[in-house]
Design a binder for this molecule. Structure first.
Ligand SMILES: O=C(O)CCC(=O)C(=O)O
Length: 305
């Protein structure tokens, strides 16, 4: 496994995107405008973010029937030498050019993706460097299939296939773990990448009005605290006229499990500073990262390469 980059202070911006409608081009145009706005910072000197994040399914309405209609072929699979310039995907082209123009790292939320070979559909997050290169992609591993009678029934597996790998990427300021929404409920996914040196996790997500108030913040705080890492999920804004109403409340949690930034429900950009001191102090003060008893239970990060 490669050595993680050293963890340096950086600014993070989450775009809690609103107005996600049925017109994909309009969704992409709006997302681009918001990326450019986020890249300006919050007005304070030095507040330009190094990393900008969009929410889950930012280019289409969120729903199993929409995924086949909106799916795009990215043209690359994990492990290949990504060369974004040859991708035909409208969304990938926008994200790549926006990252380059804004000169930022960009976690491009997620989009419905169609695999070029087997035509299967995935819920996929793509990541870009400030040169516009596609540096990572994560296919949602755990599909959101739940049934809470009278509240919410959702079955992503009706049209999607689950991904089959853990994902992280290196920037010049941190190693960043990546997952998507329902993936947050599975501690192993975060734990594996955390043990491989991730400093922060970014999960584009879109919880709902039932599980949002119950678990959105709890799960992020739990994953942050278990692994003593920063943890952040970016949601779409709530749209009461949509079939699927997102919880909103995009947030950033520190390695002690403290919420350091949180949005309300409406469209907004939240800007925050990520300070490695909090990471090092959490690990020095409560040294669970060196106290694990792999003689009693296995290390789940081993053998998962
Ligand atoms: O886990 C949940 O409660 C919500 C998950 C979700 O909305 C998703 O995976 O898109």
């Amino acid at each position: 496994m490669s050595t993680p980059p050293s963890f340096k202070p950086f600014r993070l911006a989450l775009i809690q995107l609103g107005a996600i409608g049925t017109d994909k081009s309009a969704n992409l145009r709006h997302a681009r405008e918001m990326i450019m706005k986020a890249a300006e910072g919050d007005g304070a000197p030095g507040s330009k973010p190094s990393l900008i994040v969009l929410p889950e399914c930012f280019n289409s309405p969120y729903g199993v029937s929409h995924f086949p209609t909106y799916a795009e072929t990215i043209g690359y699979t994990k492990g290949q030498d990504y060369n974004v310039l040859t991708s035909e995907s409208e969304s990938v082209k926008m994200l790549s050019s926006a990252a380059k123009e804004a000169n930022v790292w960009l976690v491009g939320g997620s989009i419905p993706e169609r695999d070029a070979n087997d035509q299967k559909l995935y819920n996929t997050s793509t990541v870009y460097s400030p040169t516009g290169a596609l540096v990572a992609m994560h296919r949602k591993v755990h599909l959101f299939d739940i049934d809470i009678p009278g509240k919410i029934t959702f079955k992503e597996s009706e049209t999607l296939t689950g991904g089959s790998s853990t994902t992280f990427f290196d920037t010049d300021f941190a190693r960043v773990g990546l997952g998507i929404c329902y993936d947050v409920r599975f501690p192993e996914l975060t734990m594996i990448s955390a043990r491989k040196g991730c400093h922060i996790f970014i999960y584009p997500g879109a919880f709902n009005m039932t599980t949002g108030p119950l678990h959105w913040s709890l799960l992020q705080r739990a994953r942050a605290n278990d692994n003593q890492v920063f943890f952040s999920m970016c949601s779409p804004a709530r749209d009461l006229s949509a079939d699927y109403q997102a919880w909103g409340h995009s947030m950033v949690v520190d390695p002690l499990g403290k919420i350091i930034a949180e949005a309300a429900e409406d469209e907004c950009i939240i800007h925050t500073s990520i300070d490695p001191t909090a990471f090092h102090e959490a690990r020095a003060g409560i040294p669970v990262t060196t106290q694990r008893r792999f003689d009693v239970y296995p290390d789940v990060s081993k053998g998962s390469e």
